[in-house]
Ligand binder design. Structure first.
Ligand SMILES: Nc1ncnc2c1ncn2[C@@H]1O[C@H](COP(=O)(O)OP(=O)(O)OP(=O)(O)O)[C@@H](O)[C@H]1O
Length: 272
């Protein structure tokens, strides 16, 4: 890892860039949420972004997912400069966001929710789509739920459906593509056993999709079980970056305060 002021660059596993930002910033009116963020993520890396509530973690994911544009600075994904929102791109990069809440469409069946990316491809038969959706659902431990509506499943099962959706590959894409998988607080509000299952699912989904991942989480077990590297965000800037082992041991004041939940320390968020 290479570190200079407000600039964290991982160079341990130097291969292809999945994400590269150059002084990426976003403001909401007077509020400077991200201030000249520089981040590089390489193919196959598993990163956690941590920080107190309101520090801008979800905002980074939304920018990477193409749901928001930065107000200044640059972002490249798979070496492609991002200047439009994802829906306005003709050749969007393969970025898959798993929301904190499953975000399933209530009036569509589970099969329609999981397979909508395939359904827009007129060259694919219904039978083919059904088979792929069934395989992806089985991969996350769901059987015979294709025809059900989301509200007929438990909250945990719905979360699994959102992971199955992240396993669907756009058939027009290169079969050897390595997607970027984004997980926004995947274990928030879950009991420890359900959390462990979701953490396993994150790792399995990542392996199965042959991807790179960024997990935003406050939960220490999730950070430790799903990530190799960690960056700490506070006050619009990255304050610390290191490996997961360094994160567990570090006496850096930001990391120490976060890990131990201390009220005293450099982070005094105004939101809570
Ligand atoms: N659409 C918006 N309009 C105005 N302000 C916004 C908007 N979206 C986010 N913000 C503000 O940006 C800041 C960062 O929000 P964000 O949701 O990224 O934080 P977070 O670190 O993910 O927080 P949490 O851990 O609580 O989910 C917050 O102060 C929030 O109020």
């Amino acid at each position: 890892m290479y570190l200079k002021t407000n600039c964290f660059i991982f160079i341990l596993k130097k291969t292809n860039h999945v994400v590269e930002t150059n002084n990426l910033s976003i403001s909401w009116g007077e509020l400077n949420v991200l201030n000249k963020i520089n981040l590089k993520l390489y193919e196959g890396e598993k990163l956690a972004i941590v920080g107190p509530s309101g520090s801008g973690k979800s905002t980074i994911l939304k920018i990477l997912a193409g749901l928001l544009l930065p107000t200044a600075g640059e972002l490249s994904i798979f070496g492609q400069k991002q200047t439009y929102l994802r829906l306005d791109q003709t050749n969007p990069p393969d970025v898959r966001l798993v929301f904190q809440n499953p975000a399933l469409l209530g009036s569509l069946t589970i099969e329609e929710n999981v397979g909508f990316l395939l359904q827009k491809n007129k060259n694919l038969s219904k039978k083919f789509i059904h088979e792929i959706v069934r395989e992806c659902l089985e991969e996350v431990g769901l059987f015979n739920v294709e025809k059900k509506l989301p509200n007929e499943l438990s909250g945990g099962m719905q979360k699994r459906v959102s992971f199955a959706r992240a396993l669907i590959t756009d058939q027009d894409l290169d079969k050897n593509s390595h997607p970027l998988l984004l997980f926004d607080e995947p274990t928030a509000g879950l009991d420890p056993i359900a959390s462990s299952r979701i953490e396993d699912l994150i790792n399995n989904t990542n392996n199965k999709a042959n991807g790179s991942s960024i997990v935003v989480s406050h939960v220490l077990s999730t950070i430790e079980r799903t990530s190799e590297k960690v960056v700490m965000l506070y006050g619009g800037k990255f304050r610390w970056a290191g490996s997961i082992d360094e994160f567990k041991e570090s006496n850096d004041p930001y990391v120490f305060q976060f890990r131990n939940g201390n009220l005293a320390g450099p982070m005094q968020p105004k939101d809570i």
